[in-house]
Design a protein around this ligand. Structure first.
Ligand code: NAP
Length: 192
């Protein structure tokens, strides 16, 4: 059973994240442990392997997560661009291009390299900048059943204006109802 239609390749700029219910895409210290109990809808990885033409990431994501590993467990291959103000001290990596340019230029370079497929933005910081510039076509989010309470937010813009979104279905402004129960129980009380 799936709750949404499969991803399509259409030269889109996508923010694609697994996110905790309270809006974090990584825990403190860039921890991704919150994904360990999560399951994906069937075929999700294959959808993204087929529809992604290029990836645009930020330097923190490269240093903490991408490094030697590759998206989708190595099943996807293609150009990866990493935006940084300091390309000179990045670990040289053969298939990764470090960019130091305005974010709109970086996304243009990634779109060109994607050859008509989608550009996936793997950075909430870059995603925020692109949203504020009106350069995001879609947010594709997978809500993981966990509350983190701390970490890196999907959209961190204190004092900023709300960014209104439309759901990709027949009722674009309808709220989504989610019902959960705590899984794991309360910690034992110490002492008597
Ligand atoms: N849950 C998920 O599905 C998912 C997916 C992808 C990533 N993530 C996580 O997201 C986290 C990274 O996100 P983040 O937003 O904190 O960091 P980030 O965007 O990866 O890195 C921030 C850095 O990117 C560079 N940067 C950003 N905008 C720039 C610009 N306009 N010009 C030049 N350089 C720019 C800067 O690097 P310099 O300081 O070098 O200048 C900045 O310090 C990681 O923990 C990663 O694992 C989660």
């Amino acid at each position: 059973m799936t709750d949404i239609s499969p991803q399509t390749a259409a030269g889109k700029v996508l923010l694609h994240f697994a996110m905790s219910l309270d809006g974090f895409v990584a825990g403190p210290g860039h921890s991704m442990d919150f994904l360990s109990r999560a399951t994906n809808r069937p075929g999700l990885v294959q959808e993204y392997v087929e529809t992604t033409g290029a990836i645009l990431a930020g330097r923190a994501g490269f240093d903490s997560a991408i490094g030697d590993s590759r998206p989708y467990g190595g099943a996807w291959q293609g150009p990866i661009f990493v935006l940084t103000h300091h390309p000179e001290d990045a670990m040289p990596t053969p298939d990764i291009t470090f960019l130091s340019c305005p974010v709109q230029e970086a996304v243009g370079i990634a779109l060109e390299a994607a050859g008509g497929k989608n550009v996936e933005v793997f950075s909430p910081t870059i995603g925020r900048q692109l949203l504020q510039l009106g350069l995001v076509d879609e947010l594709d989010l997978h809500v993981v059943p966990v509350l983190l309470g701390d970490g890196i937010r999907l959209y961190d813009a204190p004092g900023g204006e709300p960014v209104h979104l439309r759901r990709d279905d027949a009722e674009p402004t309808r709220t989504v109802s989610l019902r959960y129960r705590p899984d794991g129980g309360a910690p034992d009380c110490a002492g008597g």
